[in-house]
Design a protein around this ligand. Structure first.
Ligand code: BES
Ligand code: ZN
Ligand code: ZN
Length: 478
């Protein structure tokens, strides 16, 4: 638990001081001469991520370096807070007082995220865990009490809820599980209405692309729609639509070894939508948002949809299936046209682990943003910047239409030879279902999951990509 105090209430077991190099030079500890000696003898100079422990009358003081002041970023602050709290010196400690390097609100928020998001670990299936758990710690943040800090914690809880879903087994986080979770979130909330389309309804209404993707699976396909009305007087409505492939085997175009292992992450878009919905409720955000989760499993079997199939979408456009592994755009296309037709949102953002090409283009730290609306692109980039939930814009332009032309159907589900500009051609496919609605697309294929041991302030596994970004975007621009 984090509490906010002007002065530490009881003498904490551990006091953590975040200090950049300039601050270190001037730092004087009132009741610990050892700290002052360590600094004057240059044993601790505030070097980036240096952690220096000092025992002081039975309590522990940790000096944590933030490096050169002119190079200090809020990302560094998050990483430093994470490293401090995960350090071996805190093992078994419960009462922590944390002294921020700055009382600026953005710095306190970054420290909270470093703690809440940075120390998150997926431990459900570990029978023994050696890592420290911040759940068992009481952290006193030495700062004037402010409401906005509690809000930051709530937002982190939304991020971590998404991570729990993405990290868990694909056969656990099924469409049924998603439905159960969404129903639990909506329970007792008068301003949320649910519409859930199962196989029967999807069939009756003609969401055939969605159905095709799920055809080889023994699980139900579901289109889950939760409409949150935070401001009944406001006519404006935003739709957020998440790709929820609970496992992407590739289908008959089966994925090879080293591409398939983490494909339970292919519902990270839908997972993010669920995290955002939690935040809307927790923060009582006064905006209207229709949250859409397109859930299916891209499995393999004799019933699977097949390369060469032509399928009529909900919108009426026919689609040639050239590769069953390009399934996300199919589920999204039907979800997008369904929500536009039946809910008439002013703006729509879709979010998806859509293309491997996105990882090639931007790597793991930046989500790809593609939008036909200058204003939405500008707003989303600003939210990305403010939340450190990073995004970078890629282009979309009329000439891309030819990349998805088919000889036997209106369009096809793959783009140019050799996968050239795969992220752009996938976005162009989606654009064809957005009509006049203001639209932005987030490709989180690179950012949703950490496969190396850690990245920035994320431990191995799901990151909750775009939950902070979208929450901020809705609060400020929707
Ligand atoms: N789910 C994948 C994209 C992906 C790749 C997500 C890596 C996360 C990490 C998507 O369904 C896919 O397989 N896309 C294909 C499209 C191709 C067949 C046109 C791809 O990117 O290779
Ligand atoms: Zn795929
Ligand atoms: Zn996929």
């Amino acid at each position: 638990m984090i509490t906010y105090k002007l002065k530490p209430k009881n003498s904490a077991e551990v006091s953590i001081y975040l200090l950049d190099e300039d601050q270190t030079l001037k730092f004087q500890h009132e009741n610990c001469t050892q700290v002052n000696e360590v600094i004057s003898s240059k044993q601790f100079t505030g070097t980036l991520y240096d952690i220096f422990p000092i025992v002081n009358k039975g309590t522990l003081i940790l000096l944590v370096g933030l490096g050169k002041r002119e190079e200090l970023t809020l990302t560094i602050v998050r990483i430093a807070a994470k490293k401090a709290l995960e350090s071996k010196y805190l093992k078994g400690k419960k009462d922590i007082a944390l002294y921020p390097h700055s009382q600026k609100e953005e710095c306190i928020l970054a420290i909270i995220e470093g703690i809440k998001i940075g120390t998150y670990r997926w431990k459900k299936y570990l029978t023994e865990s050696s890592a420290n758990s911040i759940d068992a710690m009481s952290i006193q943040m030495i700062t004037p009490q402010k409401k906005s800090f509690e809000i930051a914690e709530d937002i982190c809880a939304g991020v971590n809820a998404t991570r729990d879903l993405v990290n868990d087994n694909a056969d656990f986080v099924t469409s049924t599980h998603f439905e159960k979770e969404i129903r639990a979130i909506a329970k007792g909330q008068k301003n949320i209405s649910l519409e859930i389309l199962n196989e029967k309804e999807l069939n009756a209404k003609g969401l055939n692309l969605h159905l095709a993707v799920n055809q080889g699976s023994n699980k139900q396909p579901k289109l889950i729609i939760a409409k949150y009305t935070g401001n009944p007087k406001d006519k404006k409505l935003l739709a957020i639509v998440g790709k929820g492939i609970t496992f992407d085997s590739g289908g008959l175009n089966l994925k090879p070894t080293s591409h398939i292992e983490t494909m339970r992450e292919d519902m990270a878009g839908a997972g993010a939508v669920l995290g955002v919905l939690k935040n809307l409720i927790k923060l009582k955000i006064k905006k209207n948002v229709v949250c859409v989760l397109g859930i299916a499993e891209n499995a393999i079997g004799s019933g699977s949809y097949k390369p060469g199939d032509v399928i009529k979408s909900y919108s009426g456009k026919t689609v040639e299936i050239c590769n069953t592994d390009a399934e996300g755009r199919l589920v999204l296309a039907d979800a997008i046209s369904y929500v536009i037709k039946n809910y008439k949102p002013e703006k729509l953002v879709d979010i998806a682990t859509l293309t491997g090409a996105c990882v090639v283009a931007l790597g793991y730290d930046y989500t790809a943003l593609i939008s036909t609306s200058e204003q939405m692109a500008k707003d989303i980039l600003s939210s990305a910047d403010k939340t450190d939930d990073r995004a970078w814009r890629l282009p979309i332009y009329p000439e891309l239409k030819s990349a998805i032309k088919s000889k036997i159907a209106d369009i096809k589900n793959i783009g140019l030879p050799k996968g050239a500009a795969g992220t752009l051609t996938a976005a162009e496919f989606l654009r064809q279902f957005t009509g006049e609605t203001l639209w932005a697309h987030l490709d989180i294929a690179g950012t949703s999951f950490v496969e190396s041991s850690e990245r920035m302030y994320f431990n191995y596994g799901a990151t909750g990509s775009s939950v902070r970004l979208l929450t901020h975007f809705i609060q400020n621009y929707a």
